[in-house]
Design a protein around this ligand. Sequence first.
Ligand SMILES: [Zn+2]
Length: 166
Amino acid sequence: MKNVPEINHCIPSSNAFWCSTCYAHTQWCSSSSSETTSYRCRGCQASMFRPGQTLPWMYVLCGKALVMVPGGFLAGMDSQLGPFCVAWGGFCALIGGMMLYHCRKWFAWTNRQRWKNPTGLEQEALDHPFQPSYEKSEDFDGWAGQFLSDLEVQQLHEKHGSGPEY
Ligand SMILES: [Zn+2]
């Protein structure tokens, strides 16, 4: 809020990347490998996730685990299907459980934020240890684009980007 007053990173937005350590939509450093792009929080280096994208996966994985593990035991561990179901269900439980851990923090946070008024949210953003800063980079555009339209991001560049290029 201090440096980029247009964006409050303490207002929950399920389609924006969120850091479960900083409890905010902090800016990130992205790094791409051939298959995936990972997003690390600039405040604490933890990896960030997009709740709107992770939640459906979490439900699917936890659901699979809940069906496959008991299903595998029912089929019997000496059958062909049993060990396969248990192993696969266990794997789903592991990944789903990790997601659940982060998503629970997300739910707790969105619940807390829901009851705060705009002034309170603004003050929280101003007091937050992580303060977003303006820069000319793809990472910044990606971050700002989560909250603003393309036009508004452009206006942000016009407003803040008058200084020397870097
Ligand atoms: Zn963080």
